[in-house]
Design a protein around this ligand. Sequence first.
Ligand code: SF4
Length: 443
Amino acid sequence: MEFATSPEIAQCFPDLHPAMDARAAVVEANRCLNCFDAPCMGACPTHIDVPGFIRKIAAGNVSGSARTILDANVLGASCSRVCPVEVLCEGACVLHGKHQKPIEIGRLQRFATETFYDAGGRLALRQRDERTQRIACIGAGPASLACAAELRQQGFQVHVIDRRPLPGGLNTYGVAEYKLRAADSLREVEMVRGLGVEFETRDVDAASLEELEREYDAVFLGVGLGAMHRLEVADAHTAGAGIIDALKFIAAYKTGTPLSIGRRVVVIGAGNTAIDAACAAKRLGAETVTLVYRRQRENIPAFDFEYDHALREGVEFLWATLPTAITANDTGLVLTCVAVTQDANGHLTSQPGSEFTIECDAVVPAIGQSPLLELLSQVRGVTMQRGRVAIDRATGQTANPKYFAGGDCVNDGREVVDAVADGKRAALGIADWLLARMEEHSG
Ligand code: SF4
């Protein structure tokens, strides 16, 4: 797949964390205690053999190290860049208890996988026979890619279908470029394609899902979430083009067509996507970026390290502030806000007389995504619970046995590594189910 990051974007978004060189990687790998029953491994949703891959780096076997990682997590390269390692593997490292710096597992994982790919390494096909059963994976994000790779490794015929022109889902379109470049996400997709997975770009609606259900032996729903929630404030419709959905804003610059945001930007929300959008606005030239959040600092959904990063990038924060209206004037937009207080139950109350305005050129809502209810609620026999596809947690199977699901449409938007774990678990569930059916029919 041909895709190149533009030089301007590459210049604005250099890597947040520098890559490790081979010497530094060996030194760091040699600090690892190779713990028995390693807690870092248990903290990884895909259970990568962390001490195992680190031991191989220490021994100079970088490709063996990469294979250990990719065997457990086919998106091990992107996870090494985007995982919140501080709260996963590195957060569990025993060296914390010895008052030492935890092992830099994420950077070591990145070193191993990127060195391997840069040297032309490819995912190895396991020994297996080709099987005739066909599986359609809907969506080409991390959950579907992990599901497709595992099924293909078991010899099944797999077809990934996505409506967007570039595969990779949020890894390609939705992660800040200084964490994961779209080009790197697409390189991983090529590795999955190299296993023999087929990719197709087309829209899938309820009618075509029924067709797929007839045509394929099983269907995996890895459709992610839908559009960003609409900003429900007065007069928002008059502000027109100045209101830019955070995910559209991020996707546009990552794919080479940055949207114009002007000099003064207000981001609404305080999750990780809000932080990514705010930092991107700064890097793309905004002079002031103000992040407005209705609760206090201690309530933000973003990870602490993301918040600290945004402070370093120059993003300003307005806490306990609720937007109430947006109007346009001669110079741009006027966002009206009101101060709010929060009681012990989390209920917010507007403070009378506290109204104030912020003049800006763009308002970027980042207030969460809605589930794809329109599509999912029409899938025959598949049930939903609180906007998520209901599945058997052990197998990923839905109430319609032919459908399996995983990723954001099941977990409501967690980490890439959670989506990978979901996809792989569903692949194992699909394989077991198909093989059991085959035995039933032949018995
Ligand atoms: S917990 Fe830390 S020291 Fe122990 S195996 Fe994992 S990375 Fe190495």
